[in-house]
Design a protein. Structure first.
Length: 303
């Protein structure tokens, strides 16, 4: 059933209006979505000359900047609706999602996917409409969690839009029913042009291993395992993991993500090396101070 739902999402993505793959890397054009911060605040006013890009170790020349204000977002909100998200958590999740949607521009696009045992596309990728806003009220809690399967599907689906692909996932990070491994999801994130942000709310759950007398001796935290999965995925995709002890500040986290996306830089260059396969990326500042966050690399497909 999970495979069927995944194929359904891919089919729906293929039915979207055809477009030039603006943000997908090619032999002639690579676009790198970059965020620069200092002391936790975005650094603005940088130019292309302030950046240095190494593509498979080779310094890239002719780097230019796209104006992010001219490039709308294509957002997938991926919402964990497993049994742990009920009552107040569910209400706060809806409010945070609504605040995020309210902050989008009319030219942006939004899709909403909820997941528990399976994932479900409750709002296809489209411009902001009342239907898109109303879809948030259809979020329902219940079931176990297939985080990895759902995150992989959302990453693929995000590229069906016409703008900068962005996935925002809300989850406690636990996963007890996925087919895919963490490595599968990380590879999918590396192959995609989507930026991925994750908001993880602690579940407090864990697994205690028992000795032969039935006494607990090792506790494996579900929070640790969930954090590891999400951390590896967002690192590969140039995003960020925001960990919260509860859903109380969830709305602030969503607003912060949108603020970061508005303050990122879109670097464009023609790669010196054009061999198909994996290209590692290293993006640094030349003479400015700041922490640079960008995707780990990209796959160059054979022509």
């Amino acid at each position: 059933m999970t495979l069927l739902l995944f194929l359904t999402l891919i089919f729906q993505a293929a039915q979207q209006t055809p477009r030039a793959p603006l943000f997908r890397s090619s032999a002639r054009r690579v676009v790198v979505d970059v965020f620069v911060s200092q002391n936790g605040r975005p650094v603005s006013g940088l130019t292309a000359a302030d950046f240095q890009i190494l593509d498979n170790g080779e310094l890239q020349e002719g780097v230019t900047l796209l104006n992010t204000a001219d490039e709308p977002l294509s957002v997938v909100l991926l919402m964990d609706m497993s049994a742990s998200v009920r009552g107040q958590k569910l209400q706060q999740s809806r409010r945070a999602s609504r605040a995020f949607v309210d902050g989008l521009s009319p030219s942006d696009e939004i899709a909403v996917i909820e997941f528990a045992t399976r994932y479900r596309l409750i709002q296809p990728m489209a411009k902001i409409t009342q239907d898109a806003i109303s879809s948030l009220e259809r979020l329902r809690g219940g079931g176990v969690t297939a985080l990895r399967d759902s995150l992989h599907a959302a990453t693929v689906y995000a590229e069906s839009g016409t703008g900068r692909p962005l996935v925002v996932v809300f989850s406690d990070g636990d996963d007890n029913s996925s087919w895919l491994t963490m490595d599968d999801v990380v590879t999918g994130a590396e192959a995609s042009s989507a930026v991925i942000y994750a908001v993880r709310v602690s579940s407090g759950a864990g697994l205690t291993l028992l000795d032969e007398n039935g006494h607990g001796y090792v506790k494996i935290s579900a929070d640790y395992k969930g954090t590891r999965t999400l951390k590896n995925v967002v690192r590969a995709a140039g995003g960020r993991l925001i960990s919260l002890p509860s859903t109380e500040n969830l709305e602030d986290a969503y607003v912060a993500i949108l603020e970061e996306m508005r303050n990122r830089y879109l670097l464009v260059y023609e790669p010196v090396l054009r061999e198909p396969g994996w290209h590692s990326l290293d993006v640094e500042l030349r003479h400015k101070k700041g922490e640079v966050r960008a995707r780990a690399g990209y796959f160059l497909r054979e022509r």
